[in-house]
Design a protein around this ligand. Structure first.
Ligand code: GRF
Length: 201
């Protein structure tokens, strides 16, 4: 399977996928064909370039409207003919054009146990709420914010001494291995989405 990964930051989830594929290029069942971002100068793009991958950047401010940005992102992604798009720390909500082109084939990872704490501050919100366990969710993207069908979740204990950074780092350890496992399974076995259920044979 051909994968395009979208990033906005450090790209450690991207790196986990790159490392898993490098460790077993035949067996993993997928390869990353390009990495896209919504901003320049991020470590995620450096990681892609170090891996010799093509990259593209679509910045909202370079477009007259959000819809035009969304169309540009879809066009740039479509160049690589992905089977799966993996949003790994991509901090923008894709719009109707992107969903029209790739809907049902976009996987996102979120650092909380959805439907709890959706949005850009899932770790901070969980900490502020005082939950005793949180975690991460790998799900398909639909037209909502972090609302698509859930594929897998991982649980992470919250510790009294946690601040946002410490908790997020501990979540990311679980998140990286969950994403690698899920993406490989989807790529090797295919899947069906039936309502809110994801069936992987
Ligand atoms: C991940 O925890 C992701 O769920 C969240 O931001 C983080 C990105 O981390 N949206 P990285 O860029 O993959 O290191």
């Amino acid at each position: 399977a051909r994968i395009v990964v979208l990033v906005s930051g450090s790209g450690t989830n991207l790196q986990a996928l790159l490392d898993a594929i490098a460790a077993d290029p035949e067996g993993y069942g997928a390869r990353i064909v390009a990495v896209g971002a919504d901003r320049d100068g991020i470590a995620g793009l450096d990681r892609a370039e170090r891996a010799g991958l093509p990259t593209f950047v679509c910045r909202v401010k370079d477009h007259a409207t959000r819809d035009e940005w969304d169309r540009a992102l879809a066009d740039a992604t479509a160049v690589y003919e992905p089977d799966l798009v993996v949003s790994a720390g991509f901090m923008k909500i894709v719009g109707k054009d992107f969903l029209a082109r790739f809907g049902g084939r976009i996987v996102n990872t979120h650092p909380a146990l959805l439907p709890s704490f959706p949005g850009a501050h899932g770790v901070r919100d969980a900490l502020a709420y005082g939950v005793k366990v949180t975690g991460c969710t790998v799900h398909f993207v639909d037209d909502g914010v972090d609302t698509g069908p859930i594929i897998a979740q991982g649980v992470v204990e919250v510790r009294d001494e946690d601040d946002e950074a410490a908790l997020h780092e501990r979540i990311k350890e679980v998140e990286r291995s969950l994403l690698v496992e899920v993406v490989g399974r989807l790529a090797r076995h295919g899947y069906r989405i039936e309502g809110r259920k994801v069936m992987i044979p």
